[in-house]
Design a protein around this ligand. Structure first.
Ligand SMILES: [Zn+2]
Length: 112
């Protein structure tokens, strides 16, 4: 069939790209729940940048009635749930048993 066209050559302007990235993230959230790693892979940005976009999305969503739902991280060893955590980044270790084997938080969008 037709040849594959790849437009990802060259530097991407970060300021303008942000709006597009957030739109793509919103699309994934609507089909969620998804983890930051899922979003990173699907949208094509580093996993550590995902939380910043989610923060921005969480703030702007208040205006149109939808809500960012956070399914908290959970320790896979003792079952501790990080449900008091405000930050959207992935915790590094469990405060109870010190295990670093954690289920990442998942994110989705609640419809109005
Ligand atoms: Zn634990």
């Amino acid at each position: 069939m037709g040849k594959r066209h790849d437009e990802r050559d060259g530097p991407r302007p970060p300021a303008e790209a942000h709006a597009t990235v957030r739109h793509l993230i919103m699309t994934e959230l609507e089909q969620g729940p998804v983890s930051a790693r899922d979003i990173s892979g699907m949208v094509g940005i580093p996993e550590k940048e995902v939380a910043g976009h989610l923060e921005h999305i969480r703030q702007t969503l208040h205006h149109d009635g939808r809500r960012l739902i956070v399914h908290p991280a959970e320790c896979s060893r003792c079952g501790f749930v990080f449900d008091k955590r405000e930050r959207l980044t992935r915790p590094s270790r469990c405060p109870v048993c010190k295990s670093e084997s954690l289920h990442a938080p998942l994110f989705s969008l609640a419809r109005p």
